[in-house]
Design a protein around this ligand. Sequence first.
Ligand SMILES: [Zn+2]
Length: 247
Amino acid sequence: MGSSSLSSFTDSYCVIGDLSWTLPGMHDPHSDCGKMLESGAENRCNRLICSECFSRVLKKQAYRIYKRITKSTLDNSDFRHIIFSPPQDWAIERIKTECGFKYFRRRATEIIKQAGIESAVLFFHPWRLTERLKSLFEEYFEAESEDKNIWKDLVIERTIEFSEISIRISPHIHILGTGFLKRADIFEERTSWVYRNLGDLKYSLKNRIRYNLNHVGLALDGGGGSIFNSYTYIGDLKRRGAEYEEE
Ligand SMILES: [Zn+2]
C-alpha cells in the first residue's frame, strides 16, 4: 500500500484504516451543550472531543493528573518529560484498528518500563507538525516558533486548519514520569524504539500536562464519543492512583 492511501483528512478528523482519529474540541457539540440549566449552571457533555465543552474537560483532566502526581509519594522533582517514538511503519499499522491500538498501548507500556521508567502518565499523539507549517510560522513571526504555541493555535484557537498541510501521521508517546533511564543507544538497539529526554519539569508540571493533553489523539466511536482514554498511567500512579485523587 502506498503512503498516499494511508489516510484521508476531513476538517475535523482523519481516517486511518478502520479508525477515525481526531483532536480535542474538533467534534460538533450536542444541541444543549453550553445551554443554561434551571439550576443556573451550564449544561456540559463532558466529552473531550466537543467543540463547546472541551476546554473545561481539558482543565478538569489536567487537574486530576496534576493532583495524582503531586499527592503521590513520588518525588516530583524527579519527574522528566520524555518522548518515546516507536518504529513508524509498525505503529501506523497498529493504530488502524481498535484491537491494534490496544496492543500498541500495552506494548508501549512494556517498552517504556524497559527503558527504566517506573511511574508515569502517558499521552498518545498520532501526529507531528509538518515542517512546512513550522517554516511558515517562523517566516510569519520572524522567529523560531515553539511547537507548543502552534498546537495551541491548531487545537484551542482553531486558527490553523486541521489538514495534511499542518500535521502528518507520526505516532509517538509523551510521558511525564520517573525512574532510572537506560542509555538511549542501548535502549534503541534492543527495542527499535527511540526516546528523547526533554528534561525535568519541576517548575512547569501543570503546563506540561496541559500541553500534552491539548493535542492528544482521540479515536471516534461513531456515537459521538471517543473509544480510548485520553491518557493512561503506569507504576505507582496506576496502582495507587485513585487514592491520590480523593479529596
Ligand atoms: Zn459538549
